[in-house]
Design a protein around this ligand. Structure first.
Ligand SMILES: *[C@@H]1O[C@H](CO)[C@@H](O)[C@H](O)[C@H]1NC(C)=O
Ligand SMILES: *[C@@H]1O[C@H](CO)[C@@H](O)[C@H](O)[C@H]1NC(C)=O
Ligand SMILES: *[C@@H]1O[C@H](CO)[C@@H](O)[C@H](O)[C@H]1NC(C)=O
Length: 502
């Protein structure tokens, strides 16, 4: 979920970045953590014994996995039978010295021994992947604190799947001494190390097709995470290890390129791009006239060159003229076909998020999944401080589509799917971003007309595809496609994993 606090925090970030953090932009903070990363120099393959089989793990306590190539990383994992009931289920932590990332892993309901592996993260920045797990594509849906119901449309129908609370500070992930992560490239290092350690230890998954998937701010995370995994492969091979078989990225309602997304808010609210225009004519005319100024300012100060003060000023202007008027309308920013079932600051417009929080506050649930005793606070769907830190670093301003282009050029497939009624990371902005995306297949992709794709003979959305790039919309869905259209979402995923046309 791209978080609503965006608009308020953009304003806060202007003040902060102009005064306190003028130089914080790139992934510099990882340097504060002594010795994070790779140790190819000292690595001796003879020192390592893989754990082998997940089913050997204990239900009561964690097993710790390490790898000499990643001396500062451990993975703790245990069996945690819950939520699905029909498959092997595991939870644990990726430990990076005093920083700890929580994850869930569910085996496939079909054939865990041959099915692909999916990595899933929600967005924010700062929101927990348990929203994706318990509200969208996971094996169970939590609808009240004491009711987790089997979800027949879970993506683990046909894949082994991870849900990770990242970066540090999100969900059940924490840092013992309050360290924070405030950029995507920094977060990517932890994820890539985790992926490598997992595949090295559990030889049953080695070489298995691997898909990195995410939603919303995942449009920024996933291309960077996948690029980190891809680049890391060269080092794994150098060290005599098996590379991770990165097959595709899957982005649902992604905000990948902020500079093309912001102007699209005009189209979503003032044209019938998805629903009839929701704003009055005078507001629309005012917005129409500010769009070119906003675009030009973002391009000049945030993209062509990075000027922290100018970029913050541009965001402040765009926010006041294009974003704030929408929030004042009372509509749900994640689904413009309805009003916010709010207050948005409490429920994110979906009261079920409160039920998920209450479920995850149950001491028996925390014990079952092995949440560390260090985590005492009530569960929070999204972490304020993480969100603010990413905005203070202007992390969202990086033109992340360059990573998608680079991955496509290396044979990694990309699926960009968008629930058609979402406003915040909408289909118009994604369509424009892909239209402008430079890669060898660009011309073929742009020439391809949008055509309908169907589920059981009924139109499910529009799609365009060329080579390894596919774009798809889902009719009637908002920001969280599997929540609104579970059957269509599973069909889409299955076809994508099987490398079939939609
Ligand atoms: C649990 O939730 C499901 C789906 O919303 C509902 O059908 C079922 O009746 C609920 N069960 C209980 C015990 O509340
Ligand atoms: C990687 O996954 C693909 C499916 O996407 C499969 O065809 C290929 O054989 C796998 N490669 C390796 C080295 O296992
Ligand atoms: C946690 O939630 C419970 C139940 O809603 C509430 O009574 C308690 O005050 C909360 N604790 C904190 C620290 O916010």
């Amino acid at each position: 979920m791209l978080w609503h606090r965006l608009s308020c925090l953009l304003v806060a970030a202007v003040v902060a970045s102009a005064t306190q953090f003028p130089l914080v932009h790139s992934s510099v903070k990882a340097q504060n953590v002594p010795g994070v990363g790779f140790a190819a120099d000292q690595y001796d393959a003879g020192l390592f014994t893989p754990l082998g089989d997940l089913s050997a793990l204990s239900t009561d306590e964690f097993t710790t996995l390490s790898h000499p190539l990643f001396p500062n990383y451990n993975v703790r994992i245990k069996k945690s039978e819950f939520c699905d009931g029909t498959v092997g289920t595991y939870t644990g932590y990726i430990d990076i010295q005093a920083r700890h990332l929580f994850f869930y892993f569910f085996e496939s309901r079909s054939d865990p021994a041959t099915d692909d592996v999916i990595f899933w993260t929600n967005g924010g920045p700062g929101c927990s992947s348990s929203l994706g797990l318990f509200m969208e594509l996971g094996p169970c849906r939590v609808t009240s604190p004491d009711n987790a119901t089997f979800n027949p449309y879970s993506w683990n129908e046909k894949a082994n799947i991870f849900f990770v609370d990242q970066p540090i500070g999100v969900g059940f992930s924490y840092a013992e001494y309050g360290e924070t992560v405030s950029t995507t490239p920094e977060a990517a290092k932890d994820i890539a190390a985790f992926v490598a350690i997992f595949f090295e230890h559990f030889s049953q998954f080695k070489g298995r097709a691997f898909h990195m998937a995410g939603e919303s701010y995942g449009g920024r995370y996933i291309p960077v995470f996948a690029a980190e995994v891809y680049d890391q492969n060269a080092k794994l091979v150098e060290a005599g290890l098996t590379p991770v078989n990165l097959s595709s990225i899957m982005i649902g309602n992604g905000c990948t390129d902020w500079a093309t997304m912001v102007p699209s808010y005009y189209d979503m609210t003032c044209s019938p791009a998805s629903v009839a225009p929701i704003m009055d004519i005078s507001s629309c005319v005012r917005m129409k006239r500010t769009v070119p100024r906003c675009q030009e300012a973002l391009q000049k100060s945030c993209v062509d060159a990075y000027d922290s003060f100018g970029c913050s000023a541009a965001n402040l202007f765009c926010s006041a003229e294009i974003i704030e008027p929408f929030f004042d309308s009372g509509y749900n920013p994640y689904d413009i076909s309805r009003l916010c079932d709010g207050p948005i600051s409490d429920t994110l417009c979906y009261p079920v998020t409160k039920a998920i929080g209450a479920y995850l506050d149950r001491p028996d649930v925390r014990k079952q999944i092995g949440v560390d005793a260090f985590v005492t606070a009530n569960f929070s769907s999204c972490n304020n401080e993480v969100n603010a830190a990413f905005h203070a670093a202007d992390d969202q301003m990086f033109p992340t589509q360059f990573y998608i282009g680079a991955l496509l050029e290396r044979g990694v497939r990309a699926l960009i799917y968008v629930g058609a009624n979402d406003w915040i990371c909408n289909w118009v902005g994604n369509d424009r971003m892909l239209h402008d995306l430079e890669w060898t297949g660009q011309e073929a992709f742009v020439k391809e007309p949008l055509k309908e794709w169907t589920v059981d003979g009924t139109a499910a959305g529009l799609t365009r595809s060329a080579g390894s790039l596919t774009f798809a919309t889902i009719y009637g869905a908002g920001h969280m496609v599997p929540y609104d259209k579970p059957a269509e979402s599973l069909k889409l995923t299955k076809r994508w994993l099987a490398n079939k046309e939609l």
